[in-house]
Design a protein around this ligand. Structure first.
Ligand code: CP
Length: 310
């Protein structure tokens, strides 16, 4: 496979190969082998047309851990303001010897567009409301690390499903690996077509919480809301926010995930975000090794296709 555009495209076997490669990188890091050399002499470009902290920093660090050179591009301050197109901008950066392009864009399909026009391998770092494959991979890796499996688990994605690329990628990945997926949120934030993806839909968190192994608390994406937010923030926090009272209704070993950034006091209270069930910072750490695994496996494919020994 040349690109990582979404988990819709990846098979169960491919997902497991990435997860297992990430486990190997984690094992190596635990014995102090943090600096590896397979991407030495290559260049990874981070093209971010939307804000990011976790994805941007971890892709940059992942590339450095594999000894690639990196270039960082932000749309603000670039020649986009002079009218240069998205594809021309990417092709210009590619012409500086870039082999791997990590791209985040507000428009669904932007990474696929680059895949059509560039020779570089494209990694989707989040495209609008469509997919965020490496986020879902790190979520799934974190769940697998905790439970030792994905098959048979019940994972509930809570909140703003309508605007969530994280939800879509999680659904594709979790379903392929055998989890039961519940999407739970207000009717206004759950698109009707989501049930076509084979998920259970609920509008009442208190109805599903006791049979859930993992809760993935999605951020309310205020920046993608049109008009007024409904329900209100206060209503949302009351009906769907994760707090101590709700944790007490959950399984004893329930795992609390959040892709971040989190709105403390809205989808999660600080005591739960920082409490014993939360693996939010563990997800961030796992994001680094997942992105290393994605870059490394694409590099193996690229060198094989060019006839270069890996
Ligand atoms: N979860 C996530 O994609 O975070 P960033 O927007 O900070 O990269």
């Amino acid at each position: 496979r040349k690109h990582i555009l979404g988990l819709q495209d990846l098979s169960k076997d491919e997902l497991n190969i990435i997860l297992n490669q990430a486990s190997e990188f984690k094992r190596l890091a635990a014995i102090g082998e943090t600096k590896l050399t397979p991407l030495s002499g290559t260049v990874v470009a981070n093209l971010f047309f939307e804000p990011s902290t976790r994805t941007r920093v971890s892709f940059g660090l992942a590339a450095k851990r594999l000894s690639a050179d990196t270039v960082d591009f932000s749309s603000s301050g670039s020649s986009l303001s002079k009218g240069e197109s998205f594809v021309d901008t990417a092709k210009t950066i590619e012409a500086m010897g870039v082999s791997y392009v990590v791209v985040r864009h507000k428009t669904p399909g932007a990474p696929q567009l680059l895949a059509q026009h560039l020779d570089a391998n494209i990694l989707n770092a989040g495209d609008g409301t469509h997919e965020h494959p490496t986020q879902a991979l790190l979520d799934i890796f974190t769940i697998r690390e905790h439970f030792g499996k994905i098959e048979g688990l019940t994972v509930t994605l809570v909140g703003d499903i309508l605007h969530s690329r994280v939800a879509r990628s999680n659904i594709w990945g979790l379903k392929k690996l055998g989890a039961h997926v519940i999407v739970c949120g207000p009717t206004t934030l759950i698109p009707s077509e989501i049930s076509n993806l084979g998920v259970e839909v609920s509008n009442n968190l208190d109805d599903v919480i006791s049979r859930t192994d993992c809760l993935n608390l999605l951020r309310i994406q205020f920046e993608r809301q049109r008009g007024h937010f409904f329900p209100s923030i206060r209503e949302y926090a009351h009906l769907f926010g994760m707090n101590k009272q709700r944790i007490n209704k959950a399984k004893e070993d329930v795992l609390i995930l959040a892709p971040g950034p989190i709105n403390r006091g809205v989808e999660i209270t600080p005591d739960v975000a920082d409490g014993p069930h939360s693996v939010i910072l563990g997800q961030v750490s796992n994001g680094l090794i997942i992105r290393m695994a994605c870059l490394y496996l694409l590099h193996l494919q690229r060198t094989a296709s060019l006839g270069i020994p890996g």
